[in-house]
Design a protein around this ligand. Structure first.
Ligand SMILES: [Zn+2]
Ligand SMILES: [Zn+2]
Length: 240
């Protein structure tokens, strides 16, 4: 089980099934230390979130039941300039932001070069901390290697997303993709972050499938930033 999991969807994302408190209680049961709530940004087709939802997340305490609860968002990249659907006002209230070029209301596939440029611009903006499931951009083709390289160069974490290892949607290529992400990160002496992308409490921090494939994808414990909370907090520029 992960001790830290920063990719969690609540009922506010509408296609996820638990509340923040239910995740906290589950985290306590699993003896976790840190969870991060990261509902989809408002440009997602199905989410119930809007700008005010993210701006008000700071009303939730820092610690609940002894668990450090970080407030984040899984942002959508909305244009080639690399802007996301998390406003500056909201971003300032959040502890961290994940981003990806998901299918969303604003961004339409603009071909490999522009799609890649959009993600590179987001990485360079300094406004996101993690590229979620960087092997999977459902909007269209991108130059993934270029994105992995840029993320390492600009101190943006690449995510090893556990939900893509679950049997319900597993593809063998994902293992090759994860191996490449890990190889690029290692070359840059960078760590990766492992997150569940939980859509229910039963997926929280569950790394049983990662354990199965870890050796195959070349992931070693010293490369997982979840094992180094101080380093993670420093990178996110937030207090423990
Ligand atoms: Zn996502
Ligand atoms: Zn997600």
């Amino acid at each position: 089980m992960l001790k830290i999991d920063l990719h969690i969807h609540t009922i506010a994302s509408r296609h996820a099934f638990n509340t923040i408190l239910e995740y906290v209680n589950q985290a306590k049961k699993l003896k976790m230390k840190v969870i991060g709530i990261s509902d989809h940004g408002p440009d997602n087709h199905t989410t119930l979130t809007d700008d005010i939802y993210f701006r008000c997340l700071d009303r939730i305490p820092k610690y609940i039941e002894g668990i450090r609860v970080l407030k984040g968002a899984e942002a959508n990249i909305i244009n080639v300039e690399g802007d996301t659907d998390i406003s500056e006002r909201a971003r300032k209230k959040l502890d961290y932001v994940l981003a990806n070029l998901h299918t969303c209301l604003s961004y339409k596939d603009q071909g490999r070069v522009k799609n890649t440029q959009a993600v590179l611009n987001t990485i360079k903006s300094g406004k996101v901390n993690i590229i979620s499931h960087p092997q999977s951009f459902d909007i269209g083709d991108v130059d993934r290697t270029k994105i992995y390289e840029a993320a390492c160069e600009y101190g943006v974490l690449l995510e090893i997303n556990l939900s893509h290892l679950l049997p319900r949607g597993f593809k063998k290529e994902t293992l090759d993709d994860y191996r490449e992400i890990i190889d690029v990160a290692r070359k840059h002496k960078h760590k990766v972050i492992v997150n569940s992308d939980a859509h229910s409490i039963w997926e929280l921090a569950d790394d049983q499938y990662l354990k199965k494939y870890k050796k195959e994808i070349g992931l070693t414990d010293n490369m997982i930033i979840n094992n180094y909370p101080k380093e993670l907090f420093k990178l996110l520029k937030i207090d423990e």
